[in-house]
Ligand binder design. Structure first.
Ligand code: ADE
Length: 236
């Protein structure tokens, strides 16, 4: 009997983050749902569904739930770019999520910690440990010239381009990188019991230089994340 092959859902918010994977897929069928194109096919024989969700947490969560309900994915990967929260992490480097938190969730007035979703037990949404391990090994092989880190990723409906905002997020939550979708995909995966991993390459430092750096380094960073995602799929 043939081994069961996992069906892998991959979400990127923007075109440069998902295009290479979609172009590399075989036997593609495009399914339209919720204003999104879902590419269903294979990558080197592995069943894959890849979609550009659009930017922000709502778009990403809707996309993740469709991946689970309509395409029955067995695991979810989020590939893309992020701002660095740590001086050791350079533009182009990769951060693998250990867990993700919504940095813009705030019910402090009711006694909750910042980031805590009221009436939910979980504070952060953990990535799958085996996926983190495997992704780190693959990254050293496919992106040998950059560093790879594991740590918390913060998500919010906000492009962080101000040193004071960055400092506040770092002081409150710790973490290595900030972006605009991951926690919502991780949360959707969590409440559906689907394993998840966030893969982000750094495009900027999430400070006053971010608006200049982001367009300059977007393509290169997106390529690192995409290389790793495709390499990882080959190992699953
Ligand atoms: N994605 C890439 N850079 C980012 C930043 N500085 N803030 C939020 N999302 C990002």
């Amino acid at each position: 009997m043939e081994d069961y092959m996992k069906r892998i859902g991959v979400i990127g918010a923007m075109e440069p983050e998902i295009r290479k994977l979609q172009e590399s897929m075989q036997d593609v069928r495009i399914v339209h749902k919720a204003s999104t194109e879902f590419y269903e096919g294979t990558l080197d024989g592995h069943p894959v569904v890849a979609a550009r969700s659009g930017i922000g947490k709502v778009n990403a969560a809707v996309c993740a739930q469709i991946m689970i309900d309509l395409f029955q994915v067995d695991l979810l990967l989020n590939t893309g770019i992020a701002g660095s929260l740590d001086p050791q992490i350079n533009i182009g480097d990769i951060v693998l999520s250990t867990d993700l938190v919504h940095h813009d969730m705030n019910a402090v007035g009711f006694g909750y910690a910042r980031g805590q979703i009221p009436q939910m037990e979980a504070f952060s949404f953990a990535a799958d440990p085996a996926l983190i391990e495997l992704a780190e090994q693959v990254c050293r092989r496919v992106n040998p010239d950059i560093q790879v880190f594991r740590g918390r990723i913060l998500s919010g409906d906000q492009f962080v381009s101000d040193q004071a905002v960055k400092d506040d997020i770092k002081k409150t939550f710790g973490g290595l990188a900030v972006e605009m979708e991951g926690a919502s995909i991780a949360q959707t995966a969590f409440i559906n019991g689907v394993p998840f991993l966030g893969i982000r390459a750094i495009s900027d430092k999430a400070d006053g230089s971010a608006v200049m750096d982001y367009p300059a380094f977007e393509a290169k960073a997106a390529m690192h994340s995409s290389n790793l995602t495709m390499g990882l799929i080959g190992q699953l």
